[in-house]
Design a protein around this ligand. Structure first.
Ligand code: GRF
Length: 218
């Protein structure tokens, strides 16, 4: 049996546009991050800010799941964390109204949905029009919605990846900012593939935020 070759992640991915072509914003962006789970993308943004790759500050983390690991990451990076548990609200709009209030309280200009597992309503989208960014684990417009990694494996495609895009009322459909391609390998499970996609997510999210800010100025 031939064993699969070790994968060099950088060699096996294609990112567009290249981060070197995206200027860092001149004035610091005030970010609010919405996250529901592990928060590795939150961490990637925080690290990019620390190393100067992204001129920004995370003003607040909003999370909806009391046991989300992202809370520990926020504490580590000294970012205030606010729990807005969707179970405490009778509908999506009420949750979004509370989110808006919190984001405004922390003077947030840009909203980053980094693994926010809730559908946002026009209430939130209109309050931050053109300034909400989402990361999704597929090459949109393929494999929208939940279980995007599994959808790609089931479809038998050989290349998938991740997309950072502006949020519009239709799920996973706004203007695409940045994408990275990731090959699907013969021995991949949803977990192994998602792990490799996440490496690329962490690469493209910070420059995609800078790109959105640049586009917004034009
Ligand atoms: C990422 O794969 C993102 O694309 C999806 O949710 C996941 C969040 O991962 N929307 P993490 O919590 O940032 O580690």
């Amino acid at each position: 049996m031939t064993l699969p070759l070790a994968i060099d992640e950088s060699a096996y991915s294609l990112v567009s546009p290249s981060s070197s072509s995206i200027p860092n914003p001149e004035t610091p962006l005030k970010l609010g991050v919405l996250a529901s789970g592990s928060g590795s993308n939150f961490e990637a943004v925080a690290a990019a800010i620390k190393n100067g790759q992204l001129n920004a500050q995370i003003q607040v983390l909003i999370y909806n799941n009391p046991s989300a690991k992202v809370v520990e990451r926020a504490a580590k990076w000294n970012v205030p964390a606010v729990l807005l548990n969707h179970r405490d609200f009778s509908n999506r709009e009420e949750l979004d109204l509370q989110i808006i209030q919190c984001l405004q309280h922390y003077s947030v200009d840009w909203v980053i949905m980094a693994g926010w597992m809730r559908i946002v309503t026009p209430v939130l989208i209109n309050a931050f029009l053109g300034k909400i960014i989402n990361i999704h684990p597929s090459l949109l417009p393929s494999f929208k919605g939940v279980k995007a990694v599994e959808q790609a494996i089931d479809a038998g495609v050989k290349i998938t990846g991740c997309t950072v895009h502006l949020v519009s009322p239709e799920v996973d459909s706004g203007t695409i900012l940045c994408q990275a391609a990731v090959p699907i390998l013969p021995y991949d499970t949803a977990e192994t593939l998602h792990d490799r996609i996440q490496i690329q997510e962490h690469r493209i999210l910070p420059p995609a935020i800078a790109l959105a800010a640049n586009l917004n100025l034009k």
